[in-house]
Design a protein around this ligand. Structure first.
Ligand SMILES: [Zn+2]
Length: 117
């Protein structure tokens, strides 16, 4: 299980790097300084905010992975940090760094679904 988390952590760190590169490309890339229609500008802004959202999501996930690694060391891995219940094994297989049981997670993150790995 520890190997799986370490892998997830490496993957998240890589994801953040790629996300940051994309943001740099949007901000300082070929689109900068070119006179565009208002609609094109709007979509460029939209894409940029999507890249930022992705980066924030990845950073949040990385924090979850670190937290899960810490919990593993304390012997508390797999426990919901909100209600203290043991998280369902099927859920941990799908999201190894989950720190909330499915009930608490659906209450806290109803606006966003984490990708399943
Ligand atoms: Zn819970």
């Amino acid at each position: 299980m520890q190997d799986l988390l370490s892998q997830a952590k490496t993957w998240m760190e890589k994801g953040i790097e790629i996300g940051e590169q994309e943001i740099v490309e949007y901000v300082g890339g070929e689109n900068a300084g070119i006179d565009q229609h208002q609609a094109d500008d709007a979509s460029a802004v939209y894409e940029q905010s999507m890249a930022l959202t992705l980066r924030n999501t990845l950073a949040g996930t990385l924090a979850d992975v670190n937290e899960a690694l810490g919990a593993l060391e304390r012997g508390a891995y797999g426990q919901c940090r909100k209600c203290g219940q043991w998280i369902d094994r099927a859920r941990l297989r799908a999201v190894p760094f989950a720190n909330l049981c499915i009930d608490c997670a659906s209450r806290e993150r109803s606006d966003f679904e984490l990708p399943r790995y």
